[in-house]
Write a protein that binds this ligand. Structure first.
Ligand SMILES: Nc1ncnc2c1ncn2[C@@H]1O[C@H](COP(=O)(O)OP(=O)(O)OP(=O)(O)O)[C@@H](O)[C@H]1O
Ligand SMILES: [Mg+2]
Length: 368
């Protein structure tokens, strides 16, 4: 049996895409908003900083090409400020931002325009559609303004609409759609642009829970196809863990911990993160790939799809299979489940023991 893939493979497994260095690199990034009298008088330098409010405080992180990097934290922790510094809607006070080797903070105006037009794209919470354009024209619009030829942009838009389940309605008008369908079109449009980086600031937080879940699944599906580098902001740790190859948890402007979902669950850096992870439903965020042990040598030699060990049809699942989907297999008596990547290559195995150990609540060293 092969359970439906739920999530793109975790970014840190050694595929070719991840052997290169960071695509986005942020070092010691700081933002001090000027406040009060000093701001009104326009006093420069230290004096105004002393009166300012430090919204982002010495934050460093990096993102590899093709990853979903999630910034998570409570309201006011500085998430939007970071995302807006990445596309220079807000100027940083200190630190550096490098994208594909280019120093973003020192881009001259013409290059900044090109960066904003071609490299990085901000996705807003309300995916406003053009009411007088058909779905395909809505989705293809971003490509049109970048001069992509009609055949190419329409093919890409149709592909994206098919992935979000609207392939048979590409010529419909937005007012013929339900609210949830409009959201799907907006998401398709965001992923179908040619910008390599998408900045998504709480795109799903206004949605009701069912539509939100649907959108999370669609984002993962579209991402598997379009392979963007995504910086995604959320308040919700379940969403962060479902989507994020890596997650940075912010508190009062600081980066408290950065790691995979498993890193945060297994070794939360402080009581603040422990409180968050206590709320997480491990069975829905941990995947077979995250908890699997070394592949069975017998399996590694087998061609994909061929039963590996004589006399046994090995049970295989994709590494994106969440633990809730594994439980029925284990409950039915399967002792060992092989985990394979998207190409069918074995990456490890799980047993009832490893799954139960991963689900068991942890005793952390920090006192709450
Ligand atoms: N233009 C501004 N001038 C002064 N302070 C600001 C400004 N913009 C944001 N702040 C402050 O900086 C802090 C971080 O704001 P930011 O919008 O980055 O938070 P956030 O994590 O995105 O919050 P939310 O989850 O509510 O969107 C907040 O305390 C906010 O009040
Ligand atoms: Mg915000």
């Amino acid at each position: 049996m092969s359970a439906a893939p739920v999530k793109a493979p975790a970014g840190d497994r050694g595929d070719a895409m991840n052997t290169e260095g960071p695509f986005i690199r942020v070092d010691h990034l700081t933002k001090v908003y000027s406040l009060g009298k000093s701001a009104r008088l326009g006093l420069p330098g230290r004096r105004s900083q002393a009166k300012g409010f430090t919204a982002v405080d010495d934050v460093s992180f990096d993102v590899k090409r093709g990853q979903i990097f999630v910034i998570m934290g409570l309201s006011g922790s500085g998430k939007s400020t970071i995302i807006r510094m990445l596309n220079r809607l807000i100027d940083a006070s200190d630190g550096s931002i490098t994208v594909d080797g280019r120093d973003v903070r020192s881009l001259p105006p013409a290059q900044l325009r090109a960066y904003r037009n071609q490299t990085i794209n901000m996705v807003f919470q309300h995916f406003g559609l053009f009411p007088h354009k058909s779905l395909i024209d809505n989705v293809a619009f971003g490509l049109k303004v970048r001069g992509v030829d009609r055949a190419t942009r329409e093919a890409k838009a149709a592909e994206a609409l098919t992935l979000v389940g609207l392939g048979d309605r590409i010529h419909a008008m937005p007012d013929q759609l339900s609210g949830g369908m409009k959201q799907r079109v907006g998401l398709a449009r965001a992923l179908a642009t040619d910008a390599e980086i998408l900045l998504m600031d709480e795109p799903f937080s206004a949605l009701d829970p069912l539509i939100r879940k649907d959108m999370q699944e669609l984002l993962v599906k579209l991402q598997r196809n379009f392979k963007k580098t995504i910086v995604f902001v959320t308040h919700d740790l379940n969403e962060a863990m479902y989507l994020g190859d890596r997650i940075m948890v912010m508190k009062q402007g600081r980066n408290v911990q950065t790691g995979t979902a498993l890193d945060l669950l297994e070794a939360p850096a402080d009581p603040y993160i422990e409180e968050f992870v206590a709320e997480v439903d491990r069975s829905k965020v941990l995947t077979a790939g995250m908890i699997s042990k070394d592949p069975d040598p017998g399996m590694a030699a087998a061609a994909p799809g061929v039963p590996a060990r004589s006399g046994h049809d090995a049970v295989r699942v994709s590494e994106a299979t969440v633990l809730t989907e594994l439980l029925p297999l284990l409950a039915a008596g399967t002792e060992r489940v092989e985990v394979v990547d998207e190409h069918g290559t074995p990456v490890g195995h799980v047993t009832a023991e490893t799954v139960l150990a991963a689900l068991a609540p942890k005793e952390y060293s920090h006192a709450l």
